[in-house]
Design a protein around this ligand. Structure first.
Ligand code: ADP
Length: 465
C-alpha cells in the first residue's frame, strides 16, 4: 500500500508530465504549421508575381532573364505547359530542377487555382511546391516554383531535441518539488499521529501542538485536541460516577449490615426485631431508588433510545403527581397547590418519564421548603410550548451552587436536614428527560426566598384538536 506522501507525489508527477507533454506537442505542431505557413505565403506571392509578369511577357525560351529585377527569392522554378514542354527553368544551388507533380498540374488546371504540395528533390531534402495556372494568348501553362523544407526540418529537429532534454529535466525537478511539498504538508499529520499514539497509551493530558495558522492542519489539530479534552472529561466523569455510585451504594448496605449484626448479637424482643426490619426496609427502598436512578443514567449514557412516545396529557400527569406528592407535603406542613389550564395541554412524550420529571421537581420543592412554606405547580401552554412551572418559598439555591445543580451527584444540602436526603441525581435525570423531549429547563432562585423551575416542552397538539 502506497503512503499518502508517495501517492501525492505520484499524482503530482502524472499531472505535471501530462501538462508538459501536451504543451510540448502543442508547441511542436504550432511551430511547424507556422513555419510552413511562412513558406507557403512566400511561395504564393512569388508565384503570383511571376504569373502576372508572364501574362505581359512574350513566352520565349528565357522568360525571366531579368529575374533579378523581379527579385525572386524562390530557389527554383519551371515554366511548363500541359504537354510537359519546359519554357523556362531555374535550378537550385545543387543543379536540381523543381519536381513536377503531374497530378498537381491536373488539379491546378481543373480547379484553376494554385496548388500547394510536398515533394522531394533527394531522399533527404523535402520541398514545398506551388503549381500556378496561367492563361495568355499562347495557351495554358504553369508556373511551378519550389522552396526547400530543409531549414524547417532542421528547426523542428532542434525543437524536438530541446524538448527531449528539457522534459525529463522538468519532470525530475517536478517530482522533487512534489516530494518536498507532500513532505511539508504531511509533517504536521505525522506529529498528530504520534501524539494520538501517545494518547492511545492512556496519556489523556497529552495535546497536539497547534500551528498558529488556522489552515486545514491547524483545524485538524484543534479539533483533535478538543476531542481529546472531551474524552478526558468523559473518562473523568465516568470515574467519578463509579466512585460516587459505589459510595452511595455502600452506605445503605453498611447501615443494613450494622443494624442486623447488632440485632443478632443477642435475643431481642419482637418489637426490637420489627424496628430493625423496618429500618432495613427503608434503606432497601433508598437503595432501590438509587439503583433505578443509576440505571436510567447509565442507559442514557449508552445512548439507548428510552422514550416511548405517545400523546400525553400533562394535566393528567400533573394531577397524578399531585396525588402522589400531596401526602408528603401534608406530613411536612407545606402548602401544595396547583393550577391547570383548560383545554388540557397535550404533548408527544413518554408518560413514565414525564411523570418522573413532575415528581422530581415537586419532591425537591417540598424537600427544600420548611414547614409553613408554599409549593405551587402551574401548567400552561404558550406559542406551541407546554410550560411547567414549579415554584416554592423554600431556602433557595446559593449563587455558587446554581451552575452545578444539574450535574450528577451534585448536592447542596445541610447534612443535619434529614428531610433533604437524596443522591444528587434527581435534577440530572430531570434535565435528561427534558432534553430528550427537545425542551429546556431553567431555574431562578433567591437564597432564603425560594426557587422557581420552568420547563418548556414542544407541544404536539391540544386535546380538542
Ligand atoms: P438531591 O435533591 O438528591 O440533592 P437534585 O439533583 O434533585 O439532588 O438536586 C441537586 C441540588 O439542587 C440539591 O442538593 C439542592 O441543593 C438543589 N435544589 C434542587 N431543587 C431545589 C429547590 N427546589 N430548592 C432549593 N434547592 C434545590
Amino acid at each position: 500500500m502506497l503512503s499518502i506522501r508517495a501517492k501525492l507525489s505520484l499524482l503530482y508527477l502524472i499531472i505535471t508530465a501530462s501538462v508538459i507533454v501536451a504543451f510540448s506537442l502543442g508547441l511542436y505542431f504550432y511551430l511547424s504549421r507556422a513555419l510552413l505557413k511562412v513558406i507557403d505565403d512566400s511561395l504564393f506571392s512569388q508565384a503570383n508575381r511571376m504569373a502576372n509578369a508572364l501574362v505581359q511577357l512574350p513566352l520565349t525560351d528565357e522568360v525571366f532573364p531579368q529575374s533579378n529585377e523581379l527579385r525572386l527569392p524562390v530557389q527554383f522554378y519551371t515554366i511548363i505547359d500541359r504537354a510537359g514542354e519546359v519554357y523556362d527553368q531555374a535550378l537550385d544551388a545543387h543543379g536540381h530542377p523543381v519536381p513536377i507533380i503531374s497530378d498537381a498540374l491536373d488539379r491546378a488546371h481543373d480547379q484553376w487555382q494554385a496548388q500547394l504540395d510536398n515533394g522531394s528533390i533527394t531522399e533527404t531534402e523535402p520541398v514545398r511546391i506551388i503549381t500556378w495556372p496561367v492563361r495568355d494568348q499562347d495557351g495554358v501553362f504553369f508556373v511551378v516554383a519550389g522552396q526547400s523544407l530543409k531549414e524547417i526540418q532542421q528547426a523542428q529537429r532542434q525543437l524536438l531535441l530541446l524538448l527531449a532534454i528539457s522534459t525529463p529535466l522538468a519532470l525530475i525537478l517536478a517530482s522533487l518539488g512534489g516530494l518536498w511539498i507532500a513532505d511539508r504538508a504531511l509533517k504536521p499529520v505525522d506529529r498528530i499521529t504520534k501524539a494520538a499514539e501517545r494518547i492511545g497509551r492512556g496519556n489523556f493530558n497529552e495535546r497536539v501542538e497547534e500551528p498558529r495558522t488556522k489552515d486545514e492542519i491547524g483545524r485538524l489539530a484543534a479539533t483533535f485536541n478538543e476531542m481529546i479534552a472531551k474524552l478526558n472529561q468523559a473518562f473523568q466523569r465516568e470515574r467519578e460516577f463509579t466512585a460516587y455510585a459505589s459510595h452511595e451504594l455502600k452506605t445503605p448496605l453498611a447501615i443494613i449490615r450494622g443494624d442486623i449484626e447488632v440485632a443478632l448479637r443477642r435475643e431481642r424482643s419482637t418489637e426490637e426485631y420489627r424496628r430493625v426490619l423496618s429500618s432495613s426496609l427503608e434503606e432497601i427502598e433508598r437503595l432501590t431508588r438509587l439503583t433505578e436512578d443509576l440505571l436510567t443514567l447509565a442507559r442514557t449514557d449508552a445512548g439507548e433510545r428510552m422514550l416511548e412516545l405517545a400523546p400525553v396529557s400533562l394535566n393528567q400527569l400533573a394531577e397524578e403527581a399531585h396525588a402522589y406528592i400531596k401526602p408528603l407535603a401534608d406530613s411536612t406542613g407545606v402548602q401544595f397547590s396547583y393550577e391547570l389550564p383548560q383545554p388540557p395541554v397535550v404533548i408527544e412524550g413518554d408518560e413514565k418519564r414525564l411523570k418522573q420529571l413532575f415528581v422530581n421537581l415537586l419532591d425537591n420543592a417540598i424537600k427544600y421548603t420548611p414547614a409553613g412554606g408554599d409549593v405551587r405547580l402551574k401548567l400552561a401552554s404558550h406559542d406551541s410550548s407546554a410550560i411547567i412551572e414549579v415554584a416554592d418559598t423554600g431556602r433557595g439555591i446559593p449563587a455558587d451552587a446554581m451552575p452545578h445543580i444539574f450535574e450528577r451527584f451534585y448536592r447542596h444540602a445541610d447534612p443535619r436536614d434529614t428531610r433533604a436526603s437524596g443522591f444528587g441525581l434527581g435534577l440530572a435525570i430531570s434535565k435528561w428527560i427534558v432534553d430528550a423531549h427537545g425542551g429546556s429547563i431553567e431555574v431562578e432562585s433567591n437564597e432564603g426566598r425560594g426557587s422557581r423551575f420552568t420547563v418548556k416542552l414542544p407541544c404536539a397538539r391540544t386535546a380538542k384538536d
